[in-house]
Design a protein. Sequence first.
Length: 262
Amino acid sequence: MPETVLITGASAGIGYELARCFARGGDRLILVSRSESRLNQVAEELRKEYQADVHVYPADLSKPGEAAALFHRLMDAGLHVDVLVNNAGYGLNGPFVENDYIEESGMVQVNVTALMELCHLFGAQMVSRGRGKILNVASTAAFQPGPLMSNYYATKAYVLSFSEGLAEELRPRGVTVSVLCPGATRTDFFDRAGMHGVRLADGMVPVMKADRVARAGYRGLRKGRVIIIPGIVNKFTAQSVRFTPRWLVRKLAGYLNGGKNK
Ligand SMILES: NC(=O)c1ccc[n+]([C@@H]2O[C@H](COP(=O)([O-])OP(=O)(O)OC[C@H]3O[C@@H](n4cnc5c(N)ncnc54)[C@H](OP(=O)(O)O)[C@@H]3O)[C@@H](O)[C@H]2O)c1
């Protein structure tokens, strides 16, 4: 039966590819990001290609209160969400104390607070209906600290830990929670994070295509998997951290996140 799927960050990258997966599967879509014009383009494309029922809701999730406002706008429109995909997010490269504080705290708002708030609001509704699915997008960065992207790695550690805990809480109540942990993926992410010249973004690690990452997330969600790590290299990287001394993990991550000045 078709479900109503809310995807944040659906205007580009992994979120856009996730929207394509759900549209192909015949689901109704609610697309969220800041850029209304880009969302309208995506909606038009999905209507043409898959005859999908698509609704566009622009929102800036870096602003406190926007997640709750989005929830109430959807309630007023009579749109009930069966599947919540918290994908919107961004990173920032560079020494934390030298980066712009508004950008750093906005990142916590988007990657953590809005995600948590949407899980609370929609999660409660799912529990009352006795069914629902949540997919939160973390990263392989969630498994380790990351010098020169310390705040970003910490936000993703939160998403992984929170999602795993919530998965156990909600499973007996009919709601599945999955967490997608991509490694480096070819999207606009590196540009927004200011990662030109950074080793991680410059071919030192394999970079996956966004459609492959999204398909892995979609399949994992459908199967009710809790942790979804797309790609064999990413699976290995995430696991290897457990057997590597913590000081070495920090040094390696800092090396990969550096390199702007070679
Ligand atoms: N690419 C990677 O290497 C990688 C690796 C691991 C995890 N991830 C995670 O994957 C997720 C998707 O990233 P991506 O790689 O697809 O990056 P992307 O291409 O830059 O897409 C990010 C999406 O989030 C939206 N967004 C950003 N700020 C927002 C805000 N304040 N309010 C609402 N929406 C906002 C963007 O739309 P607007 O600009 O229109 O708002 C866009 O749709 C993120 O959570 C990211 O941390 C990415």
